[in-house]
Design a protein around this ligand. Structure first.
Ligand SMILES: [Zn+2]
Length: 124
C-alpha cells in the first residue's frame, strides 16, 4: 500500500530533522577539533547557506558523508515521488520499516536477502 500524503510529510520532516542534527553535530565536532570556542559555532542560519554547506560538507568525515548522502537521497526520492519503493523488487516498503529506518531503499525481504549474501561472502 503506498504511503499517504501525511505519512510522507512526516517522514520528510523526520529526514530534514536528522539532516540538520547531523550537520550541527558534525559542525560542533569540527569546531572542537579546531579548538574553537562554542560561541564561535555557526548557528542554524549559517547552516542554511548553501555556499557554506558546500565547503562544509567537503570536510565532513566519511561516515557522516555517507549518512548525509543517504538522507539526502531519501529526501530526493520523496520529492520525485519515488519514496517507499524497494529498489530491488519494486514492491512497496512497509510503513513500519520506513518509520524505523526512513533512509532505507529496500523492503525487508530484499534487505534480509542482501544481508544473507553478505554474510556468506564474509564467511568464505
Ligand atoms: Zn524488495
Amino acid at each position: 500500500m503506498p504511503l499517504s500524503e501525511r505519512e510522507l510529510q512526516e517522514i520528510h520532516a523526520e529526514l530534514e530533522d536528522r539532516r540538520k542534527k547531523l550537520l550541527i553535530a558534525a559542525k560542533a565536532q569540527l569546531n572542537s577539533d579546531m579548538g574553537l570556542d562554542r560561541n564561535e559555532m555557526a548557528d542554524e542560519n549559517d547552516l542554511a547557506s548553501s555556499e557554506y554547506l558546500l565547503s562544509f560538507e567537503l570536510r565532513l568525515r566519511d561516515r557522516e558523508k555517507y549518512l548525509l548522502r543517504k538522507i539526502e537521497d531519501a529526501i530526493d526520492r520523496i520529492e520525485k515521488g519515488e519514496y517507499g519503493i524497494c529498489e530491488v523488487c519494486d514492491e512497496d516498503i512497509s510503513i513500519g520499516r520506513l518509520k524505523a529506518r526512513p533512509v532505507t531503499t529496500m523492503c525487508i525481504r530484499c534487505k534480509e536477502e542482501q544481508e544473507r549474501k553478505e554474510k556468506q561472502y564474509v564467511d568464505k
